[in-house]
Design a protein around this ligand. Structure first.
Ligand code: GLN
Length: 182
């Protein structure tokens, strides 16, 4: 939220379905995907979320957020929202102790390398047609992608001082808001 505020946005925490109608974009952050999916269900947010995102609401999903939106989670029996046509492996890089940082070259971010902070991150194992790769590790693993109004990152843009990833997302939000008002 801090990064978005620094860029002039006014972030609010969404807890109830009706609030979804009041925002121009949505961040589904890192955390624990099992808990996020459970709470979405308990608060009656899953269905409205699927509806809003399918209707074009711009979304930035990071880490656990990517898992929640995926089509398929390998080696886990969680039911994700199936909005983003990728298959992910939860904790695909290992445990907390295997968390790491790596300089990334992100297709849509001009300028110097972007520092990716990976904390018990998922691995994007495969992507379907219509999903564009935005970044890979040097070993080729896909760690960021975009599918229309959804941008997904396995790393944590909120943990670096570099605001380019959030700027990229806010540009998506502005473009979408512009389309809605015409
Ligand atoms: N490992 C967590 C999960 O499976 C994600 C971790 C994170 O969001 N940093 O949900």
């Amino acid at each position: 939220m801090n990064s978005l505020s620094r860029l002039g946005a006014e972030p609010v925490a969404i807890r109830l379905p009706d609030q979804l109608k009041t925002v121009a974009g949505l961040v589904i952050p890192g955390g624990e995907s099992t808990t996020i999916l459970k709470l979405l269900d308990e608060y009656g947010l899953s269905e409205p979320l699927v509806r809003s995102i399918s209707a074009g609401l711009p979304v930035l999903a990071t880490c656990a957020g990517v898992i929640c939106l995926a089509d398929h989670i390998s080696s886990h029996d969680m039911e994700p929202l199936r909005l983003l046509h990728i298959s992910v492996s939860r904790n695909g890089f290992g445990r907390q102790i295997d968390s790491f940082e790596e300089d990334l070259s992100i297709a849509t971010l001009p300028g110097p390398a972007y520092r990716g902070v990976f904390i018990r991150a998922p691995v994007i194992e495969s992507i379907d047609d219509g999903v564009e790769v935005l970044a890979r590790l040097t070993n080729g693993t896909i760690v960021a992608c975009r599918q229309g109004n959804i941008v997904a990152a396995c790393f944590h843009p909120e943990f670096v001082d570099d605001l380019r990833f959030h700027t990229y997302f806010l540009n998506m939000v502005e473009e979408h808001a512009g389309l809605c008002s015409t």
